[in-house]
Design a protein around this ligand. Structure first.
Ligand code: PMV
Length: 318
């Protein structure tokens, strides 16, 4: 059996985080400058069925059967084996690594799962479709996040810009006009399930108020879909700023996010907002081709831990 190597990209949410959990649309894009990789090496010296998992980034080197049932990597292996139901399970080692920052809103957990499932299903001679990979990853995401909307597993499995709404047919966006995005990491790490729970508590206390905020975010996202397709950078920038104001009202921004957003706008960004769960993690700014470098510099000078530039264009994304 040959060695199998598969990758999955990071992702960033452009519009609609949090509101998407309550049934409103969101827009996300894959970010290929960072990725998770899974390599599977056959191990002919061990007993058949012996599966070893190594993830250097988290100092893990363990037999699959020694991991807790709800360990995300063990769950990914188990779900893949259940889906494929192979007649024979050989011995092999799964090696996982990732350049995607953890707990920063870039989909590191989902990307590791997608890469693992894609590699394992290919290794077992039964490569799974993007849709099945996405569905299995969603099950693992529930371990990470509790009540994920499904946006991370979807954008990362399909590797396309998406307009996503729970329980609706997926729309992949046809982008004809390139847009330029600068992503900056605050370095603050807040797990998504914490911010999602905090927002849920507020929503439970005052559903009317928070439903109105989610609805406004949803309508911004609908407008952003059109502006993105038309390449209307000024309109998109305004919509990002409006979305950020509403995220602040949800209580998921942070002083560091606010500073980076402010610096990006001052350096000429058309708009800027936090991305993902918030209270840290990443922010994203929409740049013009002639101010990308200024925005990157402003964010670095303001203390961003990592700055990533990504160009969104259907064919040129790879
Ligand atoms: O923090 P991230 O990028 O994994 O995204 C969270 C997005 C939320 O809308 C806050 C949660 C979700 O499951 O969609």
């Amino acid at each position: 059996m040959p060695v199998v190597f598969k990758k999955a990209p990071g992702k960033i949410i452009l519009f609609g985080e949090h509101a998407v959990v309550y049934g409103h649309p969101a827009i996300a894009i894959p970010v290929r400058k960072v990725n998770a990789t899974a390599r599977i090496l056959p191990d002919i010296s061990s007993q058949p069925g012996n599966i070893r998992i190594q993830a250097e980034d988290i100092q893990l080197d363990s037999n699959y059967t020694d991991l807790a049932e709800n360990h995300p990597l063990a769950a990914a292996v188990r779900l893949t084996l259940q889906e494929i139901a192979p007649m024979h399970i050989p011995s092999f080692t799964i090696q996982i690594s990732s350049t995607i920052p953890i707990s920063a809103g870039m989909g590191s957990g989902a990307a590791v799962t997608v890469a693992l499932i894609r590699a394992l299903s290919s290794f077992l001679g039964a490569p799974l479709s993007n849709e099945t990979i996405s569905n299995l990853t969603f099950e693992v995401e529930k371990i990470h996040h509790g009540t994920p909307s499904g946006i991370d597993n979807t954008v990362i499995s399909f590797e396309k810009p998406i307009y996503f709404e729970q329980e609706k047919t997926l729309e992949t966006l046809k982008i004809k006009h390139p847009t330029h995005w600068v992503i900056a990491d605050t370095g603050e790490k807040t797990p998504t399930h914490e911010t999602v729970s905090a927002v849920r508590e507020k929503h439970n206390e005052n559903p009317e108020k928070y439903n109105a905020i989610f609805k406004s975010i949803g309508s911004i996202t609908q407008k952003a879909r059109r502006s993105l397709i038309q390449g209307d950078v000024d309109a998109l920038g305004h919509l990002m700023d409006e979305n950020q104001t509403l995220l602040e009202a949800l209580g998921v921004s942070s002083p560091r996010l606010d500073t980076l957003i402010d610096k990006a706008r001052t350096a000429g960004a058309s708009g800027a907002k936090l991305s993902g769960g918030g209270r840290g993690g990443n922010m994203i700014a929409l740049a013009h081709p002639d101010n990308i470098v200024d925005i990157e510099r402003a964010l670095t000078n303001a203390g961003a831990k990592r700055v990533i530039y990504t160009k969104l264009m259907e064919a040129a994304q790879r």
